[in-house]
Design a protein around this ligand. Structure first.
Ligand code: SAM
Length: 226
């Protein structure tokens, strides 16, 4: 497996998409007694840890796997130690503190200048699983109740998005959910955002039916015919 295509950034933060995390935690998960979740394009894993920590009281109910095309990012995700920056507008340390997780589950220490480092405990790291996988080439190795694919598809031209969505279709259980980003926050030009939004506006041809709550949330209605 190769490293990520250089044009695809690995930018990510803890708790990046509050809307997605809220819908997952408050609308979707309560309807499952046990739920399997995949984060596709999870980068260095902050998204996966954010899901686990935000749903900490329900942790026995969920099983989360993170996938990324980049071996380097997956190995950083497995290490579970991250530099967090304190000068961002919505400071990452504050976001972590708001999660209200028990203090013994992580260690915070100064790093350089205006950043600190957070290291998750073995207990937390043992609850998540990370694998290298290229979703444009094949479906995930298992089928999931919920597939998150945040800030990934937009970087691909339409013809490659088709392969990816066809593989995501095969990676979701019957009636499974597909959650993409609720907002585009990568400093894109308006015209490019509009093209992407229009394209994503109707992905029913890949078997996904649009749901309420925010613009890019879907459920698998039909198995892909591709
Ligand atoms: C901008 S980051 C998004 C990270 C995280 N999902 C978030 O929203 O904060 C995009 C990630 O998708 C990964 N990626 C790109 N193409 C992929 C593919 N075909 N299969 C799996 N991961 C991919 C990249 O390596 C990168 O880490």
């Amino acid at each position: 497996m190769m490293d990520s295509p250089c044009c695809i950034s690995g930018f990510t933060t803890f708790y990046r998409d509050n809307t997605v995390l809220r819908v997952l935690g408050e609308v979707i998960l309560p309807s499952y007694s046990q739920a399997t979740i995949a984060s596709v394009g999870c980068s260095i894993g902050k998204e996966v840890y954010s899901i686990l920590l935000r749903n900490w009281p329900e942790r026995e109910k969920i099983k989360i796997d993170g996938y990324d095309i980049s071996e380097k990012r997956i190995s950083m995700a497995r290490e579970g130690t991250f530099e967090v920056f304190e000068l961002e507008s919505l400071n990452e340390i504050e976001k972590i503190k708001k999660l209200n997780i028990p203090k013994e589950l992580y260690t915070l220490r100064p790093k350089s200048g205006c950043s600190r480092e957070i290291e998750f405990s073995e207990e937390i790291k043992n609850m998540v699983n990370f694998e290298v996988h290229d979703i444009s080439q094949e479906p995930l190795p298992k089928k999931y109740d919920v597939v998150l694919m945040l800030n990934v598809l937009m970087y691909y031209p339409p013809e490659e998005r088709e392969n990816i969505l066809s593989n995501v279709n095969k990676s979701a259980k019957e009636n499974g959910w597909l959650l993409c980003e609720s907002e585009i926050s990568d400093g894109w030009r308006n015209e490019k955002i509009k093209q992407y939004e229009d394209w994503m506006g109707d992905i029913s041809r890949f078997g996904f039916e649009k749901q309420p709550h925010y613009p890019r949330i879907y459920r698998l209605a039909n198995r892909s015919k591709f």
